[in-house]
Design a protein around this ligand. Structure first.
Ligand SMILES: Cc1cc2nc3c(=O)[nH]c(=O)nc-3n(C[C@H](O)[C@H](O)[C@H](O)COP(=O)(O)OP(=O)(O)OC[C@H]3O[C@@H](n4cnc5c(N)ncnc54)[C@H](O)[C@@H]3O)c2cc1C
Length: 582
């Protein structure tokens, strides 16, 4: 990992040995939120980030934040959602995590948003339609709980712009220009109606002109959206308040005095330093998705070899907490949150891990099969549930990798993985083994090592379902969630279309952790608990360093960042209360 020797930093730099009120370890959304709340509650706050950039996995994310009971809902006439959402979480999480944790999340979510939005320029807009992932459960909503960060102009950060981590290049246009999912849909709307065509072209022209101008001075587009916008805005707010953010800096040990965690020993620019934290230390290192040994130890078999999470999320923060007597939460079903991802080698030799989030699996004309050529799940379910189904199915027949099967027409219309819609030349993808293609299903099955007769029978049955509009086996396209990610112009079922026009195509997908759910056990104020279950005074955890308050379940879009922000807020507030002697 790229760790800079000398950290780029804030206007007012503090010297080593200084005492702070609050030290936050890790500059993802969890840590940046805790730090901003720390500063806003009058605490002298420091952020330590071990890499050369801020943002961690959060900077790569879609930036969606799941906050039930938010003020946007009230404005849209939806009242009392906090109670309904708690019921939904009860049904989803059950005994997997203490009820008090989700109660705290639900109670503090709107409060956290109001607190930050009334004191800073943090800004979101609700997704009116973004269904929760488990629509069959009572209390699931069809929208308004997930919030999208408003775009942020990276130029406002001046020389600090280059300190914001990059999104995954495969999720940007030209590898360097960010667009939202809504913008992508409008651009692809080209050709649908005269009005949409004109609007799409105008949007495209605006975005590309801005990007071209940006590229005269910057290494990437400066119009930031999604997780990058959220990270950049939080960072700007910290810099404006002269909160030091030390890059290339990491703690090596927690200090204790008077029965409290009272600071850290750390390395900054290769120099050991001791830093006091009068009110507390917040661990926000993003869990351990990028640590192969910890994946081997805690994640299910076959152990995932890849992750789209940030390289810095290696669980070091968990280790120093464990050494100081902290406890991990109970091991869960699989200890992570999941994407199915396809993998290929980029031109520079690095490995691209492309998460199949919502763009292809639910579209009409795609199925996922195991080595026997059999389907094993409704392909349109959430990425987390799809991957869990892969693990379950793998217990019986090889399903890792699973194969996404479609025809060339599908790839042209909707794209597949990192292959964009309307891609003329598939040859580069075929050559590097990212995509497989053959003139017949039997030849395709042969190429990818799937049972040919099984695949032929599966596709035959699937095509019959597609014509009738009902997937009699797995119900693809029968729910609000998968239909929402289907093709609204496709009838009778937006998620079901025949696979019949050669050549046929296949792409392998693997389970990849987007984050880990096993973390430091905390109480409702984000205070880390020791092995006896008692709070360790002065030590907090948020983001993926905190054991999942949802017991590893994934209720809806933005659940991870929602938890990170809410418990980051609660941690900093509790630390401020300590300062006040409360
Ligand atoms: C492609 C993609 C899309 C996603 N979209 C969403 C979404 O829309 N909504 C959602 O809720 N979730 C989403 N997720 C998941 C989400 O991004 C993560 O769960 C979340 O970012 C974790 O936040 P965090 O603050 O815990 O950690 P991170 O954002 O990963 O930040 C942790 C930081 O801590 C630093 N660090 C680690 N150890 C140390 C140390 N010892 N000392 C100093 N610094 C340290 C790391 O370098 C890193 O910068 C997505 C994930 C991916 C990969």
């Amino acid at each position: 990992m790229n760790i800079k020797a000398s950290s780029a930093t804030e206007p007012a730099e503090n010297s080593a040995g200084d005492a702070f009120d609050l030290i936050v370890v890790g500059a993802g959304v969890g840590g940046l939120t805790a730090a901003l709340v720390g500063a806003l509650t009058g605490q002298r706050t420091l952020v330590l980030e071990k890499s050369a950039t801020v943002g961690g996995t959060s900077a790569r994310s879609s930036g969606t934040v799941w906050i039930p009971g938010n003020a946007y809902q009230a404005r849209a006439g939806v009242d009392g959602d906090a109670t309904v959402a708690l019921g939904y979480l009860d049904a989803l999480v059950g005994e997997r995590a203490p009820r008090g944790m989700r109660e705290a999340f639900i109670a503090a979510g709107p409060e956290m948003l109001d607190f930050l939005q009334s004191r800073t320029d943090l800004a979101f807009q609700p997704y009116p339609f973004a269904p929760d992932y488990r629509q069959e459960l009572p209390g699931a909503a069809e929208g308004l709980r997930p919030l999208e960060p408003l775009p942020f102009d990276g130029r406002a950060l001046g020389r600090h712009f280059h300190e914001v981590g990059w999104p995954l290049p495969e999720l940007m246009l030209f590898g360097k220009m960010m667009i939202t999912r809504g913008e992508a849909a409008r651009l692809l709307g080209l050709g649908r109606s005269a009005r949409e065509t004109v609007q799409g072209m105008a949007l495209g022209a605006r975005l590309v002109t801005r990007y071209a101008l940006d590229r005269l001075r910057h290494r990437r587009g400066t119009r930031l959206v999604l997780g990058n916008a959220l990270v950049a805005r939080l960072y700007k707010n910290l810099l404006d308040r002269r909160v030091p953010v030390w890059l290339g800096s990491a703690p090596t040990e927690l200090l204790r005095s008077g029965g409290r965690v009272s600071g850290v020993r750390a390395m900054r620019n290769g120099i050991p330093i001791e830093l006091q934290a009068r009110n507390g230390v917040v661990l926000a290192g993003g869990g351990f998705p990028a640590n192969p040994q910890m994946r081997e130890r805690y994640l299910p078999s076959p152990v995932p070899q890849y992750t789209a999470a940030f390289e810095g999320c290696t669980g070091d923060t968990l280790q120093i907490a464990l050494e100081a007597g902290a406890a991990l939460g109970p091991s869960g079903e699989d200890n992570a949150l999941w994407f199915p991802s396809s993998v290929f080698q980029r031109k520079d030799g690095s490995t691209a891990v492309y998460p199949h989030i919502v763009l292809d699996r639910a579209k009409p004309g795609l199925i996922a099969v195991n080595a026997a050529g059999k389907r094993f799940v409704n392909e349109g379910v959430s990425y987390h549930d799809f991957t869990r189904a892969m693990f379950r199915a793998h217990g019986e027949t090889t399903c890792i990798p699973a194969w996404l099967i479609c025809d060339r027409r599908f790839v042209w219309n909707y794209g597949l993985g990192a292959i964009l819609p309307r891609t003329l030349r598939l040859k580069p993808h075929l050559k590097r083994g990212y995509l497989h293609s053959a003139a017949t299903l039997a030849a395709l099955a042969e190429k990818i090592g799937v049972e040919p007769a099984g695949l032929a029978g599966t596709v035959r049955r699937h095509n019959e379902y597609a014509r009738g509009g009902v997937d009699a086996e797995f119900g693809k396209g029968s729910g609000v969630y998968d239909r929402g990610n289907g093709d609204p112009n496709h009838r009778p079922n937006p998620c079901l279309g025949p696979i019949e026009t050669p050549p046929f195509c296949a792409m392998a997908v693997y389970p990849t952790p987007l984050g880990t759910s096993l973390g430091l056990q905390t109480d409702e104020a984000a205070r880390v608990l020791d092995k006896e279950g008692a709070p360790m005074a002065g030590l907090y955890a948020c983001g993926n360093d905190q054991h999942s308050a949802f017991g590893g379940q994934y209720p809806g879009a933005g659940a991870q960042l929602g938890l990170a922000m809410v418990f980051g807020y609660l941690a900093a507030k509790d630390a401020a209360m300590h300062a006040a002697g409360g």
